[in-house]
Design a protein around this ligand. Structure first.
Ligand SMILES: NC(=O)c1ccc[n+]([C@@H]2O[C@H](COP(=O)([O-])OP(=O)(O)OC[C@H]3O[C@@H](n4cnc5c(N)ncnc54)[C@H](O)[C@@H]3O)[C@@H](O)[C@H]2O)c1
Length: 321
């Protein structure tokens, strides 16, 4: 039997992950509604271009607005007859959350509660939302597993993400709303965020500027390619759980130094490196145990060699280098 097409509300759909996800959902025939306030945490032009260029030729509904605006959400849910929600809109970025903690609380917690309220009222069939590997805080047991306690976040951002997991549990438990929280591990790829390492490094190397390599490059990450993140998110969307938390990460640990090497190979240019100590709020290693999602059938497929190449190609084309 052919799969029933669905209508999905993507919050933060002009964002890095949201726009990639919107494309993938529409490619398989689903309908997409996006809400995004196009805020200026980073260049809003990049967000507008994701809508205008990455999603060129696709038919979808776009609302420029804020998830804290309860009246707007009411209007959208009433009008659009949405089946499922992927909630990605958030203030992201660990370091910025130390500077603007109350904004993070407002958007990430209040915004999420607004959406959960509407999802219950309008009988949404599945609510999938972005959590983060940062909830593991200073946990030393590696790899990070969903069964590990995560009661010691070390940034306001991480604390808001943990809070959304707790709040989602309330709505699953009391109202039977299926919710899945996805703990994304360092996502990278074309149309990526200018505040994240890959973008910062490529940009600096191209411009001949020195890059800051924190923790002397000894950080380890499960870098996760954005297409793998989207496929995992769609997988979660298609398989509603009563209440679930899942890690989504690449299956290979990489050091920051190896990551930089691959960038250099792709740019054909060496980086000027400034080795630095750890930054407050950052964690030295985030290695994902992805067995839970894997058992259900999801698998990451992209290695950094391929993913970084795709990013560098996109960067050169977008910025006309
Ligand atoms: N990129 C990563 O490595 C990563 C890792 C872990 C978790 N996450 C989470 O995944 C989600 C998507 O991240 P991303 O990398 O695509 O970030 P992003 O900043 O590119 O996307 C978030 C989008 O949400 C929008 N937004 C922010 N506040 C809003 C508000 N109040 N109302 C409406 N829209 C609002 C922004 O304009 C932006 O377009 C976020 O929840 C983030 O915390 C990302």
């Amino acid at each position: 039997m052919p799969r029933k097409k669905i209508k999905v509300l993507i919050t933060g759909g002009a964002g890095f992950i949201g726009s990639n996800l919107a494309k993938k959902l529409m490619d398989r025939g689903d309908q997409v509604v996006i809400i995004d306030n196009l805020n200026d945490y980073y260049d809003p032009q990049l967000k507008k271009d994701r809508i205008k260029k990455l999603l060129k030729g696709y038919k979808f509904v776009f609302y420029k607005g804020d998830i804290r605006d309860e009246k707007l959400l009411e209007k959208i849910f009433k009008k659009e007859k949405i089946d499922k929600v992927v909630h990605l809109a958030a203030m992201a970025g660990v370091r910025n959350s130390l500077l603007n903690p109350l904004l993070y609380e407002d958007v990430n917690i209040k915004g999420t509660m607004n959406l959960l309220e509407k999802s219950v009222k309008y009988k949404i069939k599945n609510f999938v939302y972005a959590s983060s590997s940062s909830v593991y805080g200073n946990n030393t047991k590696q790899p990070f597993s969903e069964d590990d306690p995560v009661d010691t976040p070390i940034s306001p951002y991480a604390a808001t993400k943990k809070a959304t997991e707790l709040i989602a549990h309330v709505y699953s438990h009391i109202y039977g709303l299926p919710t899945t929280g996805l703990r994304y591990f360092t996502v990278y790829g074309p149309w990526g965020r200018p505040d994240m390492a890959l973008f910062l490094f490529v940009d600096a190397i191209v411009k001949g500027k020195t890059i800051k390599v924190f923790n002397y490059g000894k950080m380890t990450r499960n870098f996760t390619y954005v297409d793998d993140i989207s496929s995992g998110t769609i997988f979660a969307l298609d398989n509603p759980q009563k209440y679930a938390i899942m890690n989504i990460g690449g299956d290979k640990e990489e050091t920051l130094l190896r990551f930089i090497e691959v960038i250099e190979e792709n740019l054909g240019k060496k980086a000027k490196r400034k080795l630095m100590p750890m930054q407050p709020g950052d964690v030295p290693a985030t290695v994902a145990d992805i067995s839970r999602l894997r058992k259900l059938g999801w698998e990451p497929t992209t290695r950094i060699e391929e993913g970084i190449k795709n990013f560098v190609n996109w960067y050169k084309e977008y910025y006309k280098i």
